[in-house]
Write a protein that binds this ligand. Structure first.
Ligand code: PMP
Length: 398
């Protein structure tokens, strides 16, 4: 007679899920997956309590811009909810190509390809191009999406110290210049707010047979002329092979993009599994991204406001003696070092009506446990004053 195994312990993977400490701790302290009941601009409501959102990536504050909302509604009415297939097969629409062409010229590249998520685009910006036998050289602090792409290539991997040109030189010193290489960095690092020193990298990497990928999810809309990104900020557009990014941040939608020369993007369209085997970006999200891109070009005041707010906010935190890890951008960490301190700080901010995120390892190294905050053009003067009071209150008890 077959013996009955409890549903909850019937195999090792189910047991692993049940006994996972990270999940147990997450559920105990519960600072994640909090479902807001309502949202208006930079404010959200949790169980009826109003909070200032200080960890959204809506840097330019366009997610409730009237032109963006109107474009999304219109696309939904005209095209329906989905694309029901991959770009490769039946999912391509004229509006994808329009957005791609506009994004490409904004970024100073010949071509661009959009997909359903920044994660997917960033992953495919590596996976589509590097292969076994190549060498990938990567800043050790890059985003999970880039690691996911790297893992699928079978290429050899060398990490260099975060934003550390000497460490990059050391890696290159061990390699022959002829080997096929790919350099992977973020333009603006998502957790640290650091700007990658692209001109230095480009000097060092010259004549090294190296393809260069920059994930500019947090630089797009924020740095460079009109917000064209980190590569434009440094004036090195022609020297970077691929700019990848997300449309869920400054573009106030969802989705991602990869931009480069026509040949590179057509190669991606042939080889990217994420493109060939995954459904195309929805009409509504494409329309919202397109409207946001138009607003970025036509209304410079959002970028101006973002930087005014960023300068005010950084000064406020530094005056309180808080460690912002030398962030130079709106993505602003508050490094607290220990999980207990981060949790305390997070809770105090919540008490004062300010919502942030605790970032534990492995997203950052254990000595850099931090609260991730991001300032937006949408924060009003009154929001900034309340954020200042909350920060003072939280910092007092550290
Ligand atoms: N790259 C970086 C640097 C990111 O920070 C993120 C998202 N936080 C992504 C890629 C993925 O973007 P998305 O959320 O649009 O999938």
């Amino acid at each position: 007679m077959a013996t009955f195994t409890s549903f909850k312990t019937r195999n090792s993977i189910v047991k692993r899920c049940i006994s996972d400490d990270q999940t147990r701790l997450r559920l105990k302290y519960n600072p994640y997956y909090l479902p807001f009941d309502r949202q208006v601009g930079s404010h959200v409501w949790l169980d009826g309590k109003e909070l200032i959102m200080l960890s959204s990536n809506d840097y330019l504050g366009l997610s409730d811009h009237p032109k963006v909302i109107e474009a999304g509604k219109k696309a939904l009415e005209e095209w329906g909810s989905g694309t029901t297939g991959s770009r490769f097969a039946n999912g391509s629409r004229y509006f994808h190509e329009k957005l791609e062409s506009d994004l490409a010229s904004f970024l100073g590249k010949e071509a661009c390809h959009v997909s359903v998520a920044g994660y997917i685009s960033c992953m495919s910006s590596i996976e589509s191009f590097a292969r076994k036998g190549d060498l990938i050289i990567v800043d050790r602090n890059v985003h999970s999406s880039l690691w996911a792409g790297i893992a699928n290539t079978g290429a050899r991997l060398e990490r260099f110290g975060h934003n550390n040109i000497e460490s990059l030189k050391e890696v290159l010193g061990q390699e022959s210049p002829e080997i096929t290489k790919m350099l992977v960095v973020e333009g603006v690092f998502s957790m640290e707010g650091h700007i990658a020193n692209l001109p230095d990298y480009l000097t060092v990497i010259q004549n090294q047979n190296c393809f260069i990928v920059v994930d500019d999810a947090h630089g797009f809309g924020v740095l460079g002329k009109q917000g064209r990104g980190t590569v434009d900020y440094f004036g090195v557009t022609d020297q970077v092979d691929v700019i990848a990014g997300s449309m869920s941040k400054s573009m106030a939608s969802t989705g991602g993009f990869v931009a480069g020369s026509t040949e590179i993007i057509e190669y991606l369209r042939t080889h990217s599994k994420q493109t060939v085997f995954s459904a195309a970006l929805s009409p509504c999200q494409t329309a919202c991204a397109q409207a946001a891109l138009d607003v970025i070009k036509e209304e410079p005041e959002h970028l101006q406001h973002l930087w005014d707010n960023t300068r005010y906010y950084h000064k406020l935190l530094l005056d309180l003696g808080l460690d912002i890890w030398e962030s130079k951008t709106p993505a602003t960490p508050i490094v607290l070092g220990k999980i207990e301190s981060a949790y305390y700080f997070w809770k105090k901010l919540m008490q004062k009506g300010v919502f942030t995120n605790i970032i534990p390892p492995p997203a950052v190294s254990p000595n850099k446990i931090l609260i991730r905050t991001a300032i937006s053009a949408r924060h009003s003067k009154e929001d900034l004053e309340k954020i200042g009071e909350a920060m003072k209150f939280a910092a007092k008890g550290l």
